[in-house]
Design a protein around this ligand. Structure first.
Ligand SMILES: Cc1ncc(COP(=O)(O)O)c(C=O)c1O
Length: 363
């Protein structure tokens, strides 16, 4: 049967849902689950239905407060995935040109292709630890570019761009009447101190994010778009095509989480710091890989000196019950992604097994 549209699927998401699990799991990019029992909440107040037409006001206010914007800048979405989908759909007509980073989170690419965008790429260079280079963007912009799309921090490398770098990119976009979409889902993991959202760089910036990665709150699916109010209103109207209102129970729990976010951030930092230290200790100088350990973020992206990571994953799974994400999902088949957000004891054992596997691996 012929599919009505090309690319209406995500190979990475299928891998993530069906094939990434393992007893010793380094394949997730999120901080491990926050237990519901630890969330301070007046359970007697929980309601199934509530006033959520174009956003549940307490939730919009809580997100706005955290990000230093007005509630009129906030569009609540089902995770960053839906935030990206809505934003791309609102900003691009089929055939419009978008300049997307490479490597990129696979869903950004598949969503853009699904929407019929003409996708051009700019490189984040491995030699620079995948840093954003405004000159590389400048070289690849055309007068037709409508949108520059990137993630900060970057998935898979956790490379962090400063707002000064993003401001320069914003100026290039403005010169040709384009916008910049910054996916900040991993920036949420930069807690102490946080980096201000790129939304403050001007109305030509659109930001997408969620609570899913940095706090162990994936199941709440609390995501958002930050955009200038006129665009935000357009996004709310477009969101009507995808459903009526969000699950109100989720909205209430998201408000509760946001009001005690410092507690969740402190827990997340302790997990990430411990796992980053274990990574440095166990794999920091392993001869089978090239590894740069970023100071922040939930993921690292080493490169195998021999062989490809897809085959290595099969070896790792079969012999060590351990998983990582092979780099072909990020257009770098010799790299693989290690997640640092897992339970600390599990992650240490998984890293130890990964080190053993790398020692035994012949490519
Ligand atoms: C850059 C990026 N954006 C969005 C997402 C999806 O986020 P969410 O789970 O909030 O939908 C991911 C998940 O891995 C991601 O890496």
């Amino acid at each position: 049967m012929k599919l009505p549209r090309p690319h209406a699927e995500s190979p990475y998401m299928e891998f993530s849902k069906l094939h990434s699990g393992a007893k010793w799991n380094l394949a997730t990019s999120a901080v491990t689950a926050y237990p519901l029992r630890n969330l301070d909440f007046d359970w007697g107040q929980l309601e199934i239905n509530g006033p959520s037409a174009y956003g549940y006001r307490p939730l919009l206010e809580a997100i706005a407060l955290m990000k230093g914007v007005t509630p009129e800048h906030v569009v609540h979405t089902t995770g960053t995935s839906m935030a990206n989908h809505l934003a791309f759909a609102a900003l691009l007509a089929p055939g419009d040109e978008v300049l997307l980073e490479e490597p990129a989170y696979e869903l950004m690419l598949s969503t853009l292709l699904f929407l019929g965008a003409k996708v051009r790429r700019f490189r984040r260079r491995e030699e620079d630890n995948f840093a954003l280079d405004p000159e590389e963007i400048r070289r690849n912009l055309t007068p037709q570019t409508k949108l520059i799309a990137l993630a900060n921090m970057h998935n898979p490398s956790s490379s962090l761009a400063s707002n000064e770098t993003l401001r320069v990119i914003g100026e290039m976009a403005q010169d040709i009447g384009a916008r910049v979409l910054v996916d900040e889902v991993y920036l949420e993991a930069l807690h102490h101190p946080p980096q201000p959202s790129a939304i403050h760089l001007g109305p030509h910036f659109i930001v997408t994010s969620s609570l899913t990665k940095a706090y162990g709150l994936g199941g709440l699916r609390c995501g958002w778009i930050l955009a200038e109010p006129k665009l935000a209103e357009r996004l709310w109207r477009m969101n009507d095509l995808y459903g009526s209102t969000p699950v109100h129970v989720g909205e209430q729990l998201s408000v509760a989480a946001l009001t005690q976010i410092d507690k969740l951030a402190t827990r997340a930092d302790a997990i990430l710091d411990a796992n980053r230290a274990a990574l440095a200790e166990i794999l920091g100088s392993h001869p089978a890989i090239e590894l740069a350990i970023p100071a922040v973020g939930t993921c690292v992206f080493p490169r195998l000196r021999n062989g490809d990571a897809h085959t290595f994953l099969q070896f790792l799974r079969a012999n060590y019950e351990t998983s990582i994400v092979p780099g072909h999902f990020f257009e770098r088949p010799r790299h693989f992604r290690i997640g640092l957000g897992g339970d600390v004891a599990m992650t240490r054992e998984a890293l130890t097994r990964l080190a053993e596997a790398l020692t035994a691996w012949k490519g």
